[in-house]
Design a protein around this ligand. Structure first.
Ligand code: MG
Length: 157
């Protein structure tokens, strides 16, 4: 069994769309990023790479790589799944937390699970996505950023 942890934070910018958990959410702001800015997927990717002892997202997809500009993070996750499988690993469970003051995430969580399940090759009931605000504290509380945490459990195939 292998456990991985991942964290990511992205600055917000005015104007949507907001990409999070592999879906597009109607929002007054989006996330700044070299890719689509989906920091939930980025946190999950880092958890997976950590569990596989394969470095981190920046090593595999450096911001200097112009071919990745604006890439959907779902595409990056697919590439990471290839690494996981090549190492003879499979995912048992992924759990995560979104820390965002806005928008309300609850209406979107089921859709995120449905988007992530086929990518992670696990059923929706093996994916945890929780959302909370930062109690209006700090930069996240002032709507300047959204952060995500993820952990995963992998096993040898
Ligand atoms: Mg990121």
């Amino acid at each position: 069994m292998r456990v991985g942890i991942g964290y990511d934070i992205h600055r917000t910018r005015s104007g949507g769309p907001l990409f999070l958990g592999g879906i597009e959410i109607g929002s007054e702001f989006g996330l700044v990023g070299h890719s689509d800015g989906d920091c939930l997927i980025h946190a999950i990717i880092d958890a997976l790479l950590g569990a596989a002892a394969e470095g981190d997202i920046g090593q595999h997809f450096p911001p200097s790589d112009k071919s990745l500009k604006g890439v959907r993070s779902t595409v990056l996750l697919k590439k990471v799944m290839e690494i996981i499988k090549q190492k003879g690993l499979k995912i048992i469970y992924v759990d995560s937390v979104i820390v965002a003051e806005k928008p309300k995430m609850a209406p979107h969580i089921l859709k995120m699970k449905k988007a992530l399940a086929p990518l992670l090759e696990i059923p929706e009931d093996k994916i945890g996505i929780k959302a909370k605000t930062n109690e209006r504290l700090g930069e996240i509380g002032r709507l300047k950023a959204i952060a995500c945490w993820a952990v995963c459990l992998l096993e040898e195939r």
